[in-house]
Design a protein around this ligand. Structure first.
Ligand SMILES: [Zn+2]
Ligand SMILES: [Zn+2]
Length: 314
């Protein structure tokens, strides 16, 4: 048995190949992350128009565009997207020409299974899968997932070390570009009702807005909503929901209510807040069974107390 060390981690690979199985798993996960990264880079034409307002004239087709924003201005740049597309396409073709039978990539693309697998991988940091069903899948996303399906063959690739390193570099560039995009905040689901063959069907697509944005458009049905109204609706729903003291602390912070941890626990100890139930195995139950089960409190009760306290103070 030859004692070749993995080029990435230095552990013996055990079989003379230049990469160990652990590092191959890292490569596979990188490849599987490609559809999610594309989703994160993909924004709608409406957002693009807004971000480059005053710079770009005219209106183009209302399709989602892959885009990222540069640091200083709002000039959209395609570079990280193009780099990623180029990287994946080049390595897929290379892999096919050296390792797998000619035509196997094209054959895989034509099978519906690969598209489904690609859609399953479309969970980004900024979006979840449910928002993305309306976005087109690009061929190179499927290429990446196809490559990820061949871990054993990938290890055989004579330039696997080069593939690993250059893909890591490109993914780092992409992640940096995604980090520079404005933050998205969840704003609930689209309430638009359509009639499909006489039956009511609610759109239910997830709505996200950028910080400071006044309007948000549904990515699926294009219905528009005032963000302030959505915030009010979400808050109204949340008021009726029950949370543990730990969850309440971060919620209150997000809602801009300054309630120190000590105050919250004092309210609980002084029974100003009464439990609405207890958490047990991830569910809220009405009876206190075990002393380790945390109590839950209605957010509305906490907010009312906070408002009253603020009023007394001022
Ligand atoms: Zn390794
Ligand atoms: Zn909608």
């Amino acid at each position: 048995m030859s004692s070749i060390a993995c080029f990435h981690c230095g552990r013996p690979t055990g079989d003379g190949l230049p990469i160990c199985t652990k590092c191959t798993e890292i490569l596979v996960r990188m490849l599987q992350s490609v559809p999610g990264l594309v989703a994160d880079m993909t924004i709608t034409q409406a957002r693009l128009d807004r971000m480059s307002r005053g710079r770009v004239g005219g209106k183009s087709a209302d399709t989602p565009l892959p885009i990222s924003i540069d640091k200083s201005g709002n000039v959209p740049i395609r570079r990280p997207f193009d780099l990623l597309e180029n990287e994946i396409t080049t390595w897929s073709r290379d892999f096919e020409s050296r390792i797998s039978p000619a035509g196997s990539l094209l054959a895989a693309i034509e099978r519906p299974g690969l598209l489904q697998m690609t859609l399953n991988c479309k969970t980004g940091r900024r979006h979840d899968q449910s928002t993305l069903s309306t976005q087109p899948t690009r061929l190179f996303e499927e290429f990446a997932v196809w490559l990820a399906c061949h871990p054993h063959d990938l290890r055989m690739h004579p330039a696997i070390d080069e593939m690993f390193d250059s893909l890591s570099d490109v993914i780092a560039i992409v992640n940096k570009a995604i980090d520079q995009l404005p933050e998205l905040r969840y704003k609930g689901v689209c309430q638009y009702v359509e009639y499909d063959q006489g039956r009511e069907r609610r759109c239910n697509a997830d709505l996200y807005a950028e910080k400071g944005e006044e309007w948000v458009q549904c990515p699926r049905c294009r219905a528009s909503y005032a963000v302030a109204k959505l915030d009010r609706d979400i808050l109204a729903q949340m008021r009726e929901m029950n949370y543990t003291a730990v969850e309440l602390q971060s919620l209150l912070r997000e809602l801009g209510k300054r309630v120190p941890k000590s105050t919250l626990y004092r309210w609980i100890n002084e029974r100003k807040l009464t439990p609405r139930g207890w958490m047990r195995d991830g569910r809220i139950i009405q009876r206190w069974i075990h002393r380790n089960d945390p109590a839950v409190y209605r957010l509305g009760d906490v907010l009312d107390l906070a408002t009253r306290t603020e009023r007394v103070r001022s």
